[in-house]
Design a protein around this ligand. Structure first.
Ligand code: CDV
Length: 311
């Protein structure tokens, strides 16, 4: 029996400091309505989709920082999105900043959730590869303070069965690391969804601007192909209060081919019907892991973090 899922990636244009959660959620709902009109049953929203990309701002007042976090989900601001998705029977992935308590301690994560078509949260991922820095860089044109504002995710790269597919999540910088995809690939993942906020300018090392888009697509395409999975990537993009981020939201097939790609740097929906049998076929052939992987030669991947030359 053929297994197909019509899916959409909902790219967001800029969210400025002055924009309220309610206004942003109305934009998410508009994209969800469009997805429903296009027959989509699963929608991917970006990383930190409810606010501006606040790690670009140096802040020392914890109350001000915490204003960008959600301490419950859904909450009053996001309830309309959950209700609308349930009405349409659409599942979705939403990224946001999570404030929680663990063993009496406050923890903050860069989180995404999987919500099923009945409106229940069935999966949660907390970003593991946090980029950037934790100290103030006054000379830089903007900051990237994820290492300061977030804890490293503590729940690994899990997968969940939802809408008759095996789904996994990662967030932004995670997409550049092959281990991200492979850990999910080894759990039979069929659809990996992710959101991202990628500044056009690299403040960490100088590089031509065009490489930002090249490396973004290269990472998605390699991860999809090498793990025979569909990869759905949603940007928050355009200039937020003057700070530009790349667009290029994409749906990549298990062959590594780009099935759909956003053209604008604004709110934009792209859709594709995901043929889940295509991934199954590749996992039975070229990437039949159980036949071809040689784990006896892979030990360094988990025993060593940084590269070390011993010759
Ligand atoms: N939000 C991100 O994780 N952004 C990083 C930037 C810092 C390079 C990314 O990998 O796109």
């Amino acid at each position: 029996m053929s297994r197909k899922l019509r899916a959409a990636v909902a790219q967001l244009g800029p969210i400025h400091l002055a924009d309220s959660r309610e206004a942003v959620v109305e934009r998410l709902c508009a994209l969800l309505r469009e997805a429903h009109g296009a027959g989509a049953k699963f929608v991917v929203f970006p990383e930190l989709a409810l606010t501006t990309f606040f790690p670009r701002w140096w802040m020392t007042d914890q109350a001000k920082i915490d204003a960008y976090f959600e301490s419950e989900m859904p909450n009053a601001a996001t309830r309309p999105l959950f209700d609308l998705a349930k009405e349409y029977g659409i599942g979705f992935n939403l990224g946001y900043a999570e404030l929680t308590q663990e063993k009496g301690e406050i923890r903050r994560y860069n989180t995404s959730i999987l919500v099923d078509p009945a409106g229940h949260i069935v999966g949660r991922y907390r970003k593991i590869h946090l980029p950037g820095h934790s100290e103030h860089l006054p000379q830089a044109p903007f900051q990237h303070l994820e290492k300061r504002y977030f804890n490293v995710g503590n729940e690994g790269f899990k997968v969940w069965r939802m809408q008759d597919a095996v789904m996994g999540m990662c967030i932004c910088n995670d997409r550049r690391w092959p281990e991200t995809y492979r850990v999910m690939g080894l759990q039979g993942v069929e659809i990996i969804s992710l959101g991202y906020n990628t500044p056009i300018e690299n403040i960490h090392h100088r590089e031509p601007e065009h490489l930002r888009m090249f490396h973004h697509l290269l990472s998605l395409q390699a991860g999809a192909y090498q793990n025979a999975a569909w990869v759905l990537a949603a940007a928050k993009c355009g200039a937020e209060d003057g700070f530009a981020m790349i667009g290029g939201s994409a749906i990549v097939a298990p062959t590594g081919e780009i099935a759909a790609q956003a053209l604008s740097e604004e709110d934009e929906l792209i859709t594709t019907t995901l043929d889940l049998e295509l991934g199954e076929y590749l996992r039975r052939t070229v990437f039949a892991f159980e036949k071809h992987r040689r784990t006896e030669h892979y030990g360094l991947i988990t025993s060593r973090t940084g590269a070390k030359t011993e010759v």
